[in-house]
Design a protein. Sequence first.
Length: 294
Amino acid sequence: MDINYELYKVFYYVATSLSFSDASKKLFISQSAVSQSIKTLEKKLGQPLFIRSTKKVQLTPAGLTLLKHVKPAMNLLARGESQLLDASTLGFGQLHIGASDTICRYFLVPYLEEFHRKFPNVPIKVTNATSIRCVELLDQRKVDLIVTNYPNAYLNHDYIQKPVLRFADAFIASPDAYPFIDQEFSLRDLQKYPLMTLDRNSTTSEFLHNLFLQHQLDLIPEIELSSNDLLIDLARIGLGIAFIPDYCLARDSRGLFKLKIKDKLPYRQLVASANTMFPISASTEAFLDLLPEI
């Protein structure tokens, strides 16, 4: 079917803003031109894409389906344009990395510093998101590379997967609030105490919940947060027992101790991943080469 790209472009802006007026402003065309483009596209596709009312605009099921395909295509075109423009002026292109704030702070910083020192003219962009959200960004080609906790059930196994760090998780607490330094605990024992974890929208929380399920136990955290640093701070003042990756304690473990756990906790990894469904930029390859391989 021969449909002009501009019609899909107009559809994308209306579908993502759910506003004909906002789309017209972003596209620098009149609102009537936006409306006419959508009508033309609907006619060519033979079905309505939007439900229009005086108060709001909504996508029809057909519109939602089309957006799932148009959105990654638009992102891919934008990334291609960006890489070509960057390559023509810098010779190397931008590097865009997705990673959680914890991974950025406790793992990535020295490698970002080294990359910047070697390639000072290459712009570096970092998007903070959970490991689960980072996979979505990589699928949509909104980032060149992600560093994620692994196992990660959402990560495409066909992508590049370079293990860069092997780590253990730990239950930590304040010895003043929980004087158990020499005591061993089973996971069942830990259910008696207030547990603090990352929120459910994280691979670390998912890992811990699955671990408890494997031992036929329910995990009901007392506190769920979006930051490992906050978990450490709250553990330090005695609000509970926190579950964190052990590399988070590399800088400062004062006022805290790791609980001895009878049930062996499996090791996990940090993995650098790139989407092989699209060309890998020179800057992405260079950064991957900088990272260690375990």
